[in-house]
Design a binder for this molecule. Structure first.
Ligand SMILES: Nc1ncnc2c1ncn2[C@@H]1O[C@H](COP(=O)(O)OP(=O)(O)O[C@H]2O[C@H](CO)[C@@H](O)[C@H](O)[C@H]2O)[C@@H](O)[C@H]1O
Length: 591
């Protein structure tokens, strides 16, 4: 089956938020499971710094009276073919900007031409408003069907008037803007969590489309996002101060100290350190934080580090907060992947009190790095963070229901108290870190949809089921993807060799990013745990064959990785100063 992903962001090459994470990870997993999946994205001006692209394009054509070319390369750390669509409007070194309606309408149009005339897929998987017109155009192409994923209903794209003026709106087209067009004409509509799929059918979350979505609910399904567990692995992450696993949480402390040092916070190992990594927009619940933080800080030893950029209103408010609490509140107004990882690895808790949240990826990264989430139970946050019950040693985070500053305050107080019970806290962190946030389970749901839409039974083969359960086991067991010597237990395995190669590459880059800060990059392991988990893994009778077929895939991946792994992950990030110890308030210019 041939699947073409079309989207504006693809991590680690071009990412402004969570959609980029999805397009950078899900295709890799589908490819690993044997599907011919490819991605097309704009050839942004900053991509040449991040990836090697052949000098000759593979195809030329035109759309909306404009010429464009397509270049072919590979998604970093994978064998997934990646097509880059080149046009002068994408030459500026940014993803979004004033002319984004025109640019992305053009991008969709050119991607449709590509699918009709260059590489014809069975399925086009479209993402957000940027690609909403593709299902309309494909409506009369019977051998190409579409899946349309809504990452955020709040952004709906250009209206009907703009679309009619700039591109082809066929007579049968119906819909007021590009997002609505996608909803009405897609073969299947998906959104990124089951709870959000329910919520958007109600006036409170429907962004005026609740009626439409209720009408289409037979065609709407919520599939939870995952994360790239390989790229975000605290046991191997060379961008953090000290690698660690759930079984070596003592080592995590070095990350807390390092974070306090480089963000200008008081160096206090016992302080309750809260982190936020977020776009600074209304959605993310910043007004709740701003309303109650004074009260919390006055009565506790808490510290807060915020990394984000977005609305000036929130930037200003956060700066003022940092000015009132020097050494206790640090506000970093920038986009920086390295610092985000260090916050996940160093903070004790992660704040995400969102007004609404389609899924949320940041809380998944936080849990993966043992940073306990404090969330409002809405959308995907409700589906991914479970209520912490210390008595029964269950749950993974602190949750509150109503969008109310006092509820957030109580929740933070509970977390601050819980933090004093060190043994329980460590178990809570371990539970967070051993959740399955991989893409495998969700990829299976997408595969079923792709199959149904192409006229096959909407179920997995037994071989696919075996492979997926093996891979899930591998991800949560902290051995195969960590530094365990699992190869002694299940046949031939390239894991160790690969990690050494990857480490060398990343270590080199780490030196540049950290400005000559030297670090010991040991990956601690607990051999007894690893051995017992290894025994668990080998009980899967198909494990050796599956492992062998997968190791072929991943060993080639490493080779393609070398040039790309070490690149900065955002177009915005590269214009930012390198990370150094800094005072607690930073301006966008880094002054
Ligand atoms: N200043 C900064 N520096 C470095 N990294 C930063 C950053 N600001 C944000 N990020 C990163 O960007 C991503 C944000 O993803 P989220 O899913 O949490 O929210 P977002 O609203 O962008 O995504 C939307 O799409 C995704 C994907 O479907 C949904 O999960 C989500 O609910 C929906 O709102 C994370 O990887 C985070 O670490």
């Amino acid at each position: 089956m041939r699947i073409l992903f079309v989207g504006a962001e693809v991590a680690p090459l071009a990412k402004a938020g969570g959609m980029g994470d999805v397009l950078g990870a899900l295709p890799k997993v589908l490819h690993q499971l044997g599907y011919d999946v490819r991605i097309i994205m704009p050839y942004y001006g900053f991509l040449d710094d991040k990836i090697e692209v052949p000098s000759e394009p593979i195809w030329h054509s035109h759309a909306m009276s404009q010429d464009f070319s397509v270049y072919q390369t590979t998604l970093p750390k994978s064998n997934v073919p990646l097509y880059l669509l080149k046009h002068h409007s994408f030459a500026p070194r940014r993803i979004y900007g004033d002319d984004e309606y025109w640019r992305f309408t053009f991008f969709s149009n050119a991607a449709a031409e590509f699918a009709w005339n260059c590489w014809k897929p069975d399925i086009i998987h479209c993402h957000d408003w940027h690609t909403g017109m593709i299902p309309v155009w494909m409506h009369q192409t019977p051998d190409i069907t579409t899946v349309f994923t809504i990452h955020n209903l709040a952004y709906q794209g250009p209206g009907r008037g703009f679309l009619e003026h700039n591109t082809w709106c066929p007579g049968y087209m119906d819909g007021d803007n590009s997002l609505v067009a996608g909803i009405k004409f897609a073969g299947r509509i998906t959104t990124v969590s089951p709870t959000y799929a329910e919520q958007i059918q109600t006036p409170a979350y429907g962004e005026r489309l609740d009626g439409l979505l209720s009408n289409f609910n037979h065609n709407l399904v919520g599939i939870l996002n995952g994360i790239d567990m390989e790229l975000y692995n605290p046991a191997e992450d060379q961008f953090i101060h000290q690698t660690f696993t759930p079984y070596t949480l003592e080592d995590r402390k070095a990350n807390k100290i390092g974070l306090q040092q480089e963000t200008g916070l008081e160096i206090e190992e016992g302080a309750f350190l809260m982190g936020m990594v977020t776009r600074l927009v209304e959605q993310k619940g910043l007004d709740l934080v701003l309303q109650m933080l004074d009260r919390f800080l006055v009565h506790t030893d808490a510290q807060l580090v915020v990394l984000g950029s977005g609305d000036h209103y929130y930037e200003n408010q956060l700066w003022q907060l940092a000015a009132r609490y020097p050494g206790r509140v640090s506000v970093q107004i920038l986009y920086n992947d390295v610092l985000s990882r260090r916050i996940f690895a160093g903070a004790d808790v992660f704040l995400m009190p969102s007004r609404f949240e389609p899924c949320g990826i940041s809380q998944l990264f936080a849990m993966r790095y043992g940073c306990v989430p404090i969330v409002r139970s809405t959308g995907g946050l409700k589906d991914t963070v479970s209520f912490y019950d210390p008595m029964n040693e269950e749950g993974t985070g602190y949750c509150f229901d109503h969008y109310d500053p006092l509820e957030l305050l109580f929740c933070m107080i509970r977390a601050w108290e819980g933090f004093r019970f060190k043994d329980d806290w460590m178990k809570l962190q371990q539970r967070c870190m051993t959740q399955d946030f991989s893409w495998y389970g969700s990829a299976a749901e997408y595969i079923k949809i792709y199959k149904e839409l192409t006229g096959q039974p909407g179920e997995l083969t037994s071989e696919e089921e075996d492979k997926i359960s093996f891979l899930i086991q591998k991800n949560i067991s902290w051995d195969l993807n960590g530094k365990g010597n699992i190869d002694e237990n299940i046949g031939e395995d390239n894991t160790e060799k690969e990690s050494t190669e990857t480490q060398t590459v990343i270590q080199e880059e780490s030196t540049t990013v950290e400005d000559e800060q030297t670090q010991e990059s040991t990956a601690p392991t607990d051999s007894s745990t690893i051995t017992s988990q290894a025994v668990e893994v080998v009980t899967n009778h198909n494990a050796p064959e599956i492992e062998e077929s997968l190791s072929q895939e991943s060993s080639t991946s490493i080779i393609t990785t070398e040039t790309e792994v070490h690149q900065p992950t955002s177009d915005i990030e590269e214009d930012q100063p390198k990370l150094k110890p800094r005072p607690s308030i930073s301006s966008p210019t880094g002054d």
